[in-house]
Design a protein around this ligand. Structure first.
Ligand code: MF3
Ligand code: CO
Ligand code: CO
Length: 286
């Protein structure tokens, strides 16, 4: 996810992509989804997050791709692993949140970005280590539904506002909140580009200022991610001293799912669907 930079000078127009770009994004998105499929069997109590990162690194390398995050603004890992109260950008093996092995009942988001033939595949899912608590499972289920509420708004003529509003409303139905400080983003040959895809319709910040999602109209050929981060408590974020790890200020639980997709003539095409149908946990029977 990206920070909202849409009002900065130099923020560019939204690219409209042609057929060969769709081909490139299908291959990159599929490979990223396959990497998350591979990790499904590896997340369990006792799992070492640095090892998960190594597995992802090797998977990416062995399939002719490169990491999109290693070297990105100084980041040094193939994955972000964000457990429990970590909103996003958790560092594999990093102190304090990922220094110890995963514990029974932990939930975590794992986010991969890779580059295949110049095209970016960016996707994330929630994982359970063992059996989640009732609230953690509920949050995970609602967050998945938030992603889909957003996706269902993707069609020509609808707007970015429609996507954000649908996500916020679905979260609020269960009394959950949506993170304002990080958003989805355009992607293609460039990792983070226009448009910013915020996960709210409208909200009022602490100073009383009202933020509203843009009424930007969706057009066929636009590529972007939708990646809502949903919280059981307040959605305010704080970055730890490592400069990356974003946590909820109130340490409430938070969850996220991410797909990369295109606007098509009659709706959307998702690039990052799980080939194995492992789009949401639990990933193992029993
Ligand atoms: N994959 C994240 C996203 O969805 C971005 C991670 S950037 C990193 O946009 F440097 F933290 F890896
Ligand atoms: Co993203
Ligand atoms: Co991502």
């Amino acid at each position: 996810m990206d920070q909202d930079v849409s009002s900065r000078p130099g923020a560019r127009a939204i690219p409209i992509h042609g057929p060969e770009a769709y081909e490139g994004m299908r291959a990159a998105g599929r490979l990223a989804a396959e990497c998350l499929d591979m990790l499904a069997g590896e997340v369990k109590p006792g799992a070492d997050t640095a090892r998960l990162d190594r597995l992802a690194y090797e998977f990416v390398r062995d399939h002719g791709a490169v990491s999109g995050t290693i070297g990105y603004r100084g980041y040094r890992h193939a994955l972000c692993i964000s457990p429990n109260h970590v909103i996003c950008h958790g560092i594999p093996g990093g102190k304090p949140v990922n220094a110890k092995p995963m514990r029974e009942g932990d939930i975590a988001n794992i986010d991969i970005t890779l580059v295949l033939d110049g095209w970016h595949g960016d996707t994330s899912r929630m994982y359970y280590a063992g059996e989640p608590k009732v609230l953690a499972q509920r949050l995970t289920d609602v967050t998945f539904e938030c992603l889909w509420a957003g996706i269902e708004q993707v069609k020509p003529g609808n707007t970015l506002y429609d996507i954000g509003k649908a996500i916020q409303d679905r979260a609020a139905e269960d009394g959950f909140t949506t993170v304002h400080d990080f958003c989805g983003h355009g992607l293609g040959r460039v990792f983070h580009q226009a448009p910013n895809v915020v996960h709210y319709g409208e909200y009022r910040d602490a100073t009383g200022h009202v933020h509203r999602a843009p009424d930007t109209v969706l057009e066929p050929g636009m590529f972007f991610t939708i990646e809502p981060m949903i919280c059981t408590g307040r959605p305010d974020a704080r970055i730890l001293r490592d400069g990356w790890t974003a946590v909820t200020r109130d340490r409430s639980l938070t969850a996220q799912f991410e797909h990369a997709l295109a606007v098509t003539e009659d709706g959307y095409e998702i690039f990052t669907r799980s080939p194995k149908g492992l789009d949401r946990p639990p990933y193992t029977a029993g």
